[in-house]
Design a protein around this ligand. Sequence first.
Ligand code: HEC
Length: 135
Amino acid sequence: MTRVVRAQVLAATTALLVVALAAVFAALRNREPTRPPPPTAATAAVVVADASNEAGRRAFDRLNCGMCHSIGGRGNTDSPLDGIGARRDRAAIREWATGTGAARDRLPASIVRRKARYVDDPDLEPLVEYLSRLK
Ligand code: HEC
């Protein structure tokens, strides 16, 4: 091989390499990005439900319900609320949580007084919702 031919082969190989790299690059850049499917009404409903459950769970902690009750072993296991949603309906859960209605006569007066502070809590409904789903 003469020097000229060798130089030509080298130039051709380099050009091919550049084209090949450009093609690989273009292919990588043009690849369809993997996006999650757009939210449907169903997924939106699940998101809302999760959000209210989260607010309820946080309210349980913030209001110190765990001082006397436990959920999943967290809190005072003397009075677990696991499965409360299967034992009582939402109205009853609300009454027992706040010491009102029928629950008022069945709870010690000191507990009724303590629970009275929950009545006006802005997160009472998410809390009741959260508990009613513990089945
Ligand atoms: C100072 C103690 C105390 C605190 C704090 C307390 N509770 Fe109670 N709660 C009781 C007692 C006592 C009972 C009745 C006996 C039982 O069910 O264990 C009761 C009963 C309940 C019941 C009915 C349980 C069942 O099995 O039927 C629910 C629901 C409930 N409480 C929710 C709550 C929520 C929610 C909070 C926090 C916002 C809370 N409680 C805070 C003492 C407390």
